[in-house]
Design a protein around this ligand. Structure first.
Ligand SMILES: Cc1ncc(COP(=O)(O)O)c(C=O)c1O
Length: 389
């Protein structure tokens, strides 16, 4: 801790929470309540709470902690990461307005934009945001939001957050970054010039496969107001139980990330040597196509990687069915190591041509490296890869 400016690891554990004033309990209690009794009509909202759809003290403690880690004016927590994304899009855009999004985004972000919000007249352009010129070219007179995801799920394509933020600022368009893959420990979009940093807290923040949740952190109080209004109207807030789990998980986020990233690098290096692997993609490898950007805008490489198994879809399926320690499961960022086949799982709804153009190939196997022993994780991958026909 350096004086009044504690380090990230200190804030991660201490920020946003203080011992319960009544009992001294060191953990913020789970305020499991629908409503809050007001002292009198004149003192309505004096203690800050009226009804748990609008606000809850356990959720507020988590929001304060996330703000202490991301920076910005404040944070809001949501029922899921998709609730965070949907409320942000609805809060920031109106009918007839346009948004520019990364061509590679989480499948659900693509789905809500193209299959739900389009019905209310929101227009979305998906462009390769790894080249800032594409973003500049896609901006129209009615563009009111730029939404990028970096590293992107699942290809790990990076967007230069500072470069896009500069373009966005020059045009007065807010820039939202989905920061789920790296967390504020490794990457802080607001410090790079973005306006809103968004998370699926389901992933590294909570980290233990217990709960789904989401968050946003904004630099502009007006953006927070707009998104909070929509969260309340749509009823998309986080529950106090989930906030409690996430408050505990986040305390070890940086420690988990360091260990999981070290495991991911070992796994990536092993995969590079295996004859049944055609390509490995991990930002910590020298072969990563955007290595310079990866090192410039983030202080770590994370635990996500992917590889192209030799033999395409069939080999991919066989591989996933023969892995024993890696769980075939649709999440990421947890202490358990997980494997997914993006094409048949997370990005199943994306049209094939669009998917291939975005680099999500048929044989892409995505790994979320957990905290188990790297030797055991590698041994499991080896037996499955060795056994491929
Ligand atoms: C990058 C990214 N953003 C957002 C989401 C959506 O989060 P949730 O599943 O918590 O709704 C996900 C889910 O996998 C994701 O990977």
């Amino acid at each position: 801790m350096s004086g009044d400016n504690p380090d990230f690891k200190t804030r991660e554990i201490r920020a946003g929470v203080s011992p319960d004033p009544v009992t001294g309990a060191i953990l913020t209690p789970i305020y499991q309540t629908t409503t809050y009794v007001q002292e009198s009509v004149d003192q309505y909202l004096e203690k800050g709470y009226s009804y748990s759809r609008s606000g809850n003290p356990t959720v507020a403690a988590l929001e304060a902690k996330i703000t202490a880690l991301e920076g910005g004016a404040g944070s809001l927590c949501f029922a899921t990461g998709m609730a965070a994304t949907s409320c942000t899009l609805v809060g920031m855009l109106s009918t007839g307005e346009h948004a520019v999004l990364s061509d590679v985004v989480y499948g659900g972000t693509h789905r809500v934009s193209t299959k739900v919000l389009n019905r209310w007249g929101l227009e979305c352009s998906f462009v390769d945001t790894s080249d800032p010129a594409n973003v500049e070219a896609a901006i129209r007179d009615n563009t009111r939001l730029i939404f990028t995801e970096s590293p992107a799920n699942p290809t790990l394509k990076l967007t230069d957050i500072a470069a896009i933020s500069e373009i966005a600022q020059a045009k007065g368009i807010p820039h939202v970054v989905d920061n789920t893959f790296l967390t504020p420990y490794y990457q802080r979009p607001l410090e790079l010039g973005a306006d809103i940093s968004l998370h699926s807290t389901t992933k590294f923040m909570e980290g233990h496969n217990i709960s789904v949740g989401g968050s946003i952190t904004a630099r502009d109080p007006d953006h927070l107001e707009r998104i909070m209004f929509v969260r309340n109207c749509l009823g998309s807030n986080m529950t106090p139980m989930v906030a409690f789990y996430t408050l505990q998980g986040i305390k070890t986020m940086s420690t988990r990330l360091e260990a999981q990233s070290a495991n991911a690098l070992k796994v990536a290096k092993f995969l590079e040597t295996h004859p049944n692997v055609d390509r490995v993609c991990y930002p910590g490898l020298e072969s990563f196509p955007q290595k310079e950007l990866a090192d410039r805008q983030a202080s770590g490489h994370g635990s996500m990687l992917w590889f192209e198994v030799h033999g395409g879809v069939e080999s991919g399926k066989q591989l996933m069915n023969t892995l024993k320690l890696w769980s075939l499961a649709e999440n990421l960022g947890s202490v358990e190591s997980l494997v997914t086949h993006s094409v048949t799982m997370t990005h199943a709804d994306m049209p094939r041509e669009e998917r291939l153009a975005a680099g999500i190939t048929d044989g892409l196997v995505r790994l979320s490296t957990g905290l188990e022993s790297a030797d055991d994780l590698i041994a499991d991958l080896k037996q499955a890869l060795d056994g491929l026909h």
